[in-house]
Design a protein around this ligand. Sequence first.
Ligand code: SF4
Ligand code: SF4
Length: 264
Amino acid sequence: MKTAMLVDASKCLGCRACQVACKQWNDLPAEDTRNGGTYQNPPDLSADTLTLVRFREVERADRVDWLTYPWRCMHCTEAACVAACPTGALFHDGRGFVRLDASRCTGCGYCAMFCPFNVPRLRVDTLSGSGKMSKCTFCQDRVHNGELPACAKTCPSGAIRFGDRENLVAVGSARVGELTKAGFAQASLYGQDILGGLGVMYVLTDDPEVYGLPAEPRMPPMLYLWRRVTRPLGGIAVGAAALGLAVNFFIARRRIRAEEVAHD
Ligand code: SF4
Ligand code: SF4
C-alpha cells in the first residue's frame, strides 16, 4: 500500500497548529520572527521549521483572498534529491516516503540544489562546523507505531488527511468536484501525477502558481548530467583521495616502524 497525505487548502484556517505540532514532535525550537508586513512568519522553511504554513494574499477585483496551506517535503516518487544524493542518505522506503539517514549525510547540499520545490535545509553544527540536511520525515517514528503524523493529528479543521494514497486521490477528486460546483472553476487536485505522483497532494481552489506552487515541476535537466558525468567523476576524485590517504598512511607506518627498529 502506498501511503500519502492530502491537504485540502480550501479547509485550512491558517491557524499554524500543524507548524507548531511539527516543531513539538521533532523537538525543534521556535525561531526569532519579525513583522514583515504580512502574516507569513517565519518567511521560509528552515532546519528548525520543517512544516511551514504559507500565507498568500491574492488581490481579486473586489476583495483580497487569503490562501493558506502547510508546505513541506512533497515525498516525490521521482525524487531529484534521492537521485542527486551521492551517499545514499536520501532514499525511498517501502511505502514510498523519502527518508533521510542523517548518519550518512555529509551536508554537501546537492539535494537542495536539485529539489524542484526548494525543500531541504542545512543544519550546521556550531562546534564542529559540519552540516546535515533536514526535511519532513512524515513522522516515521509515529507512523511506524500506528500514529498519524503530528500535523495530521493536530489539524482542527480536517484539512490534513493521511493514509492509503488511492483512497486519498478519490477523496481529493470528489472534493474538487464539490468546489467546482460551488463556483471554483480553477479547483484541482495537485500532485496526483506530478513527478510520478507526489506523497503530498493538495486540493486547491485556484491555479498552483497562485498558491506559490510550480505548475509543472520536473527533474532538473542538469541532474542527468550530474548523475552521468559529474557524480562519477566526483566518485573517482573521492576514490583517488582515499587511495592517497591510504598510501600516506602505509608510508608513515613503514617510516615509524623503521625508526622503532633503529632505536631497538
Ligand atoms: S520535495 Fe524535494 S526533498 Fe522532498 S522528495 Fe521531492 S525532491 Fe526530495
Ligand atoms: S492545522 Fe490545519 S487548519 Fe491549521 S494551519 Fe495547519 S492545515 Fe491549516
